[in-house]
Write a protein that binds this ligand. Structure first.
Ligand code: SF4
Length: 160
């Protein structure tokens, strides 16, 4: 009962829903009908982007209210959310994860490292940016991107 009372006292903490950021959605996103299941792949991140993803799907930014949900397997996913530069050790794993996502599949490259290797460009263990390994549909700049930017990218896919 103590926990229940605490929940009731705290109430809803989610920020009011901001207006949608205008931006062209990938054409494949229309086939997903406003609901996108996302599998996160850390291809070599420093973990900064993961902290912001946690915030974006946490109670304050609440990305799920726009129709996005994290899932545990690429076989259950519509989209991959990829962070970090693609390290040599993760290159094959990322290709396999991409192949496991059923069509129509989408890829979000999240953070500067995913877009162009960022601060890790040229490092000996880096195979390349995400687009060097799998096709990318949406890019989210930033190091790391703020939760608002992650939510905005997700809303481009769900259209909500
Ligand atoms: S973009 Fe920045 S926060 Fe994200 S993985 Fe790269 S260095 Fe880390």
């Amino acid at each position: 009962m103590g926990l229940w009372r605490k929940i009731m006292r705290t109430g809803r903490v989610a920020e009011p829903a901001p207006a949608r950021v205008p931006g062209e959605a990938p054409s494949k996103a229309a086939e997903l009908a406003g609901s996108v299941q996302i599998r996160h792949v850390d291809a070599g991140s420093c973990n900064g982007c993961e902290v912001e993803i946690s915030s974006a799907f946490g109670p304050v930014y609440d990305a799920e209210r726009y129709g996005a949900r994290m899932v545990a397997s690429p076989r259950h996913a519509d989209a991959l959310l990829v962070t970090g530069p693609v390290t040599r050790n993760m290159e094959m794993a990322l290709r396999r994860a991409y192949d496991a996502v059923p069509e129509p599949r989408l890829v979000i490259a999240l953070g500067d490292c995913a877009r162009d290797c960022g601060v890790f460009a040229g490092a000996y263990g880096v195979a390349g940016a995400v687009s060097d390994v799998v096709p990318v549909d949406v890019e989210v700049p930033g190091c790391p991107p703020e939760p608002e930017a992650i939510v905005a990218a997700v809303r481009r896919l769900t259209g909500r």
